[in-house]
Design a protein around this ligand. Structure first.
Ligand SMILES: Cc1cc2nc3c(=O)[nH]c(=O)nc-3n(C[C@H](O)[C@H](O)[C@H](O)COP(=O)(O)OP(=O)(O)OC[C@H]3O[C@@H](n4cnc5c(N)ncnc54)[C@H](O)[C@@H]3O)c2cc1C
Length: 286
């Protein structure tokens, strides 16, 4: 199929973009990398009258670290660029690993980090990494700019806190501490995750001081599993802690079944991936 007719505009400032997005009559839509939106237009799952291309707005293509050590990724930063950036690779390796699981090089060359976060496919890697890393989202709109925590950003499948007349201008990721791992199961290389997990572990001697466990493909949003985090935290790392974390997944994770996998298969695979990810993350605390 072909898209329905639409106008195209490439504003040069955020206020200009917001003015275009305020034009309700044309049902405008932001386009960034186009790697999710353009296929949706082709299938007529979206029928905007105006595309607002934000990739030419000066400043939105910046990737910087601020004085507090937080990483700022602007809305026009492509996934491939973020994945290859030495700052990201050394300071936020969990994010770099998650980026490496997205589709294929061609997709990552065009797709943006922020576009994936706003699109919010529940099987996508970046929303899960963002929740694990406690990212913050800077959203510009008609009444000013607001910052939303990751816990409040992902609302439902394909829905975030960003309203139709708003723009996600950047994602801010606090410094990443401790060991990390990102594991996922896919039918073929480059597919969305059937199930996946991001793990962060902080160490105190031989014990886990803190753990963060977030799954993708396990619900309508990234799923944080406090029961698994509690099973790991405060214990000496080893088989008993891993068994407890595994049991927490089997007891508390409630993924859905679909054409790709049954719910039971997803849950069992999630438990297996968690054990593997925790082991890797712990090794990386040394
Ligand atoms: C073959 C193929 C395989 C893929 N595999 C994967 C995969 O394995 N894992 C994965 O996570 N993704 C995958 N993707 C999706 C890819 O990561 C997209 O790049 C991403 O989902 C959207 O980013 P984008 O910049 O292309 O956004 P676009 O397609 O331009 O936009 C996506 C949506 O977000 C909105 N939007 C974009 N940026 C902003 C912003 N700054 N503010 C407000 N709204 C905004 C748009 O209006 C639109 O609704 C795949 C895509 C393809 C085509």
């Amino acid at each position: 199929m072909k898209p329905t007719p639409f106008d195209y505009s490439a504003p040069r400032s955020v206020p200009e973009a917001l003015a275009l997005l305020a034009d309700e009559d044309r049902d405008p839509k932001v386009v960034a990398g186009g790697q999710s939106l353009i296929p949706m237009l082709g299938m007529r799952l979206a029928r905007p009258g105006l595309l607002v291309d934000i990739t030419r707005i000066p400043g939105l293509d910046e990737l910087t670290v601020d004085a507090s050590g937080a990483l700022h990724i602007g809305a026009a930063v492509r996934q491939a660029r973020a994945a290859a950036d030495p700052l990201v690779r050394h300071g936020w390796p969990l994010l770099a690993a998650a980026l490496g699981h997205i589709g294929h090089p061609q997709i990552r060359a065009r797709g943006t980090v922020c576009g994936s976060l706003v699109h919010h496919d529940p099987a996508a890697e970046l929303p899960t990494a963002a929740l694990a890393l406690e990212a913050r989202f800077v959203i510009a709109g008609p009444s000013g700019t607001r910052t939303v925590a990751a816990e409040d950003f992902f609302v439902a499948t394909f829905q975030t806190a960003v309203e139709p007349d708003e723009l996600l201008t950047e994602v801010v990721v606090p410094p990443c501490r401790g060991g990390w791992a990102f594991e996922e199961l896919t039918r073929r290389h480059g597919d969305f995750a059937t199930i996946g997990v991001a793990v962060l572990v902080e160490r105190a001697e031989d014990a886990v001081r803190a753990a963060r466990v977030v799954f993708c493909g396990a619900g309508p949003t990234p799923v944080r599993l406090p029961a698994a985090e509690a099973a790991l935290t405060g214990t000496a790392f080893g088989p008993a802690a891993l068994d407890a974390a595994r049991d927490a997944v089997l007891t508390h994770l409630a993924p859905s079944g679909d054409v790709h996998a049954t719910a039971a298969y997803r849950r069992e695979a999630a438990a297996h991936l968690l054990v593997r990810a925790c082991t890797t993350a712990w090794e990386r605390t040394r």
